[in-house]
Design a protein around this ligand. Structure first.
Ligand code: PGA
Length: 254
């Protein structure tokens, strides 16, 4: 049983009502491989989620970009996992490096969020990745393992988790990881999961790459054996996102 290719579009804090409609129209008209080949999930800002869900083609899904760490209540400005579930939002992105860095989300906090979201029936795109400084000091795998361990300590069922490996130095910089760099970390991460979680989880979990993926570099990255898809930021707002979805076809020939 192969791992189904997964392409996520992280729209981040972008868009107006009009722009969002335009992006959805482009996606709705696109000719892409079938749902058996690729799972497509787009993640608009919270305020656009219901509108996007209502007009998006049914073979594509939506994700929130974050949710609160536990049950809702007196937490001004937060959105709970229960609310996402109530709106039939199937996915949530957690632990994105922008939140880890700018909002000081620790590994433990992200682990708690992942566990809570899963307990409420959401599927999770859990993000991990090292900074340039960490890469240059040779600690990439230690950092990624520590981020993953904080999730592993709190989660026992990984079937609704996709791990997004997103090196911080590649996010929004135009400086994409080479296919070999991505493959290397994905492979190491799978080995870590085999050793610390289970051989089954290691073999079946999707590990997707994020960081300056675009229409031009996606095919070569998709050809790597342990790259199971992408989390795309900037290019997910553009028509070339369709080309990135189509890169899933590369897997057919490997
Ligand atoms: P980018 O962002 O594709 O703009 O580098 C990726 C991400 O942050 O998920």
């Amino acid at each position: 049983m192969g791992r189904k290719f997964f392409v996520g579009g992280n729209w981040k804090c972008n868009g107006t009502t009009e722009e969002v409609k335009k992006i959805v129209n482009t996606l709705n008209e696109a000719q892409v491989p079938s749902q058996d080949v690729v799972e497509v999930v787009v993640s608009p800002p919270f305020v656009f989620l219901p509108a996007v869900k209502s007009i998006l083609r049914p073979d594509f899904q939506v994700a929130a970009q974050n949710c609160w760490v536990k049950k809702g209540g007196a937490f001004t400005g937060e959105v709970s996992a229960e609310m996402l579930k109530n709106l039939d939002i199937p996915w949530v992105i957690l632990g994105h490096s922008e939140r880890r860095a700018l909002l000081n989300e620790s590994n433990e906090f992200v682990g708690d969020k992942v566990a809570y979201a899963l307990s409420q029936g959401l599927k999770v795109i859990a993000c991990v990745g090292e900074t340039l400084e960490q890469r240059e000091s040779g600690s990439t795998m230690d950092v990624v393992a520590a981020q993953t361990k904080a999730i592993a300590d709190r989660v026992s069922n990984w079937s609704d988790v996709v791990i997004a490996y997103e090196p911080v130095w590649a996010i929004g910089t135009g400086k994409v990881a080479t296919p070999a760099q991505a493959q290397d970390v994905h492979d190491e991460l799978r080995k870590w999961l085999a050793k610390n979680v289970s051989a089954e989880v290691a073999a079946t979990i999707r590990i997707i790459y994020g960081g300056s993926v675009n229409g031009a570099n996606c095919k070569e990255l998709a050809g790597q054996p342990d790259v199971d898809g992408f989390l795309v930021g900037g290019a997910s707002l553009k028509p070339e996102f369709v080309d990135i979805i189509k890169s899933s076809e590369v897997k057919k020939s490997v």
